[in-house]
Design a protein around this ligand. Sequence first.
Ligand code: MIC
Ligand code: SF4
Length: 667
Amino acid sequence: MGLNVVQKILKEHLVEGELVPGKEMAIKIDQTLYQDATGTMAAMEFEAMGVPRVKTEFSIIYIDHKTIQMGFEDADDHTYLRTFAARYGVHYSKPGNGICHQVHLERFGKPGKTLLGSDSHTPTGGGIGMIAIGAGGLDVSAAMAGLPFYLTCPRVYGVHLTGKLPKWVSAKDVILKLLSILTTKGNVGWMVEYFGPGVKTLSVPERATITNMGAELGVTTSVFPSDEITKEFLRAQGREEDWVELLPDPDAQYDKVIEINLSELEPMVALPHSPDNVVTVREVEGKLVDQVCIGSCTNSSYRDLMVVARVAKAWVDKYGKGFAPHLDVVVGPGSKQVVRQIDQEGALDALLDAGIRLEENACGFCIGMGQAPKNNAVSVRTNNRNFYGRSGTLSAGIYLVSPETAVACALTGVITDPRDLESKYGLEYPDLKLPDRFVIDDKMVLPPVEDPSTVEVYRGPNIVPPEPSEPLPQDIEGEVTIKVGDKITTDHIMPAGQRLKYRSNVPKYAEFVFESVDSTFSKRALENKKKGVHNVIVGGESYGQGSSREHAALCPMYLGVKAVVAKTIERIHRGNLINFGILPLYFENPDDYDRIDQGDKISMPDARKALLENTGRLVMKNETKGIEIPLTFNLSDRERKIVLLGGMLNVAKEYGGKSFREIEIEE
Ligand code: MIC
Ligand code: SF4
C-alpha cells in the first residue's frame, strides 16, 4: 500500500516502536528550536543533562517573545541564552531578526526533516514539507541531547483541496474553515496532511499560515507535500540545495478525508474567545472596530504585508485618506527579511503613509507584549489565538481574521468583508508574486563558537534553576484546590504578557498560576503544600489547550499539585504534566465531573501502586461528599516511570544516560 507524506517522513525517522496508529513510537529529531520564553527553562534543563554539545543536525534559539524589556530580566535572559548557545553548539537569532517560525521557514527548515520546537506553532515548518512538532522544553532539550522524541503514532486526516481561492479570500480562511469543521477538541493523536489539486495553487507562505494555525486544532502537526512550489521558494531563499521532492504515493491512504473546495470559501472570522468560534465575516459585518493588529507567526510574511500595503495604497490614492481615524492599526512584521523586502518595494512607506504603528519584528501584541486594547474593545487581529485575557485586556474581544479582512476593517473602521473593497469601493485585488530572490541577510544569526571553553555562560539574578519534585506518593490525599470548566488554555493556567519576564524564575512565576481564573489559587496551593496536603486540579474537556509552555505544569508542580483530573487533556500539556511528575487522570464517567466541587477533600489510596501495577484505573474518594469516583489513566511504560520518579528532572539526575528499559522502580 502506498504511503502518504506523514508516513514517509515518520518511517524514515523511526527509532523505536512501529507505525501503528495509537501506539507510542519514537522518532529521531534532526532540528530543534527554542524561543526565549520557553528557552531559558529548557536550557537549564539541558545543562542539567550534562551533555557538552548538542547532537542534532541543527539547533537554534530565537529571541522573539520577551522583547519588551521593561526591567533587566528579559535582557539578562537573552544574555544567558546567547552564551548558552555559543557554548553548547546552538545558533542564536538575535532580537530584531524575527519571529522563530517565520525565520525558520525562510532560512533553516528543510523538507523531509523533523523539527522539534519548544513552541506550539512549530508546525509552521509543515508548510515546506517537514514534520515539525511543538513540545515542552524538556522534550526539546532531550532531543538536543541526542534522545529520540516519543509520540503517539498518529492517525492522519487527509484534507483534499480542490479549486482555487477566490479574490479577497486567503490561506487564513482555509484554516478557519477547517477549525469550524474539526473544532479545537477531539483531535489529539491526529496529524493533518493536505493533498489534491488545490495544493499547487497555494504558495509556501500560504501553506505555512495553514500549518501554523493547525496547532489550534490540537493535532500533533500538519504537513504539505514538498513540490515545485517549495523548490521555487527555497531557490528564492538561496537554498535550492535543501529541496527534496516529497509527494504522497498515488495510492496513499488517509484515516479520514475532509473535502475543501477552495473556490467555494469566503472570508471567515473566529469570534472571542476561541479560534474555533468561526462564522463568516458577513455574519458580523458593521460592528465598530477599535483596533487592528496585523502580524504574528500566522500572518506576517512578505505576502501578507504586501497585500495589506497594496490595498492601503490603492485606498489612499483613490480617497486621499488613510485608516479610519478612530482606531489604531498595528503592524508587526515577521522578520527582518520581510521588513527589508517590503521596504525595497515601497510597501513599508505605503503602510506608514496609511497610518500604521510599526512594531518590532517579534511576537509583540500576539502574546500580550504591549498593544493591550482599550476596555471592551473589538480588536481585529491576524494572529492565531483569541483566548480570554491573552491580549492583556480582560474585557476586550479578539476577532481572528485574514490580512485581507484586517485591512478592510482598518480602512472602513467597522468589520468589513474584504470583497466589499472591490464591489463598494472600487479597489482591485492586488495580483501578487513572490520575489525571485528574497533579501538574504543572516547577520543577526550567531553561529556557536568552535571552542566552548572560551565561553562563560552568563547567569543573572533572574535565572533560578528549577527544583525537582518528590516521587509520586503512595496515596494522594488532599483537596480539589481548583475546579475549572472546558477549554482551559495554558494562557489561563500560566499567563504570559506582563508576567513573561518571570519565565526563568519558577518561585516568582508560580505566584500567577490561574491568575485570570482565581487569583487566590497560588497562595492556597502553597499553604496546602506546607501542611502536606496534596493539591488536585479538576478540569473539563480539552484541559491545557494552546501553548507549549511547560510552566503550566512546572509552576503547579512547584505549588504541590500531584494530579490533574479532567474529561480530556491536550497532547502537549499532557506531556508536560508527565515530565513534571503530575499524574494526568480522566473521569471514567464524564458525568462524575458534576459530582465534585472545588474545596472537596479527596483521596486516591494506593495511587502509586496502581501505577506500578499499571492497572489503568484508580478510585478517587470524595471524602466531603462520601462518594467514590472511578478514574482512568493511560500511560506508556516510559511515562509511568517518569511520573513514579517525580518527573524528568529526577530521571535525568538519577538515571542520566540510561534507557528507560533499564530503570527499575521501587515500590
Ligand atoms: C504562544 O503562542 O502561546 C506562545 C507564547 O508562543 C507559546 C509558547 C510560550 O508560552 O512561551 C506557544 O505557543 O507554545
Ligand atoms: Fe509568537 Fe504569537 Fe506565534 Fe506564539 S503564536 S510564536 S506568541 S507570534
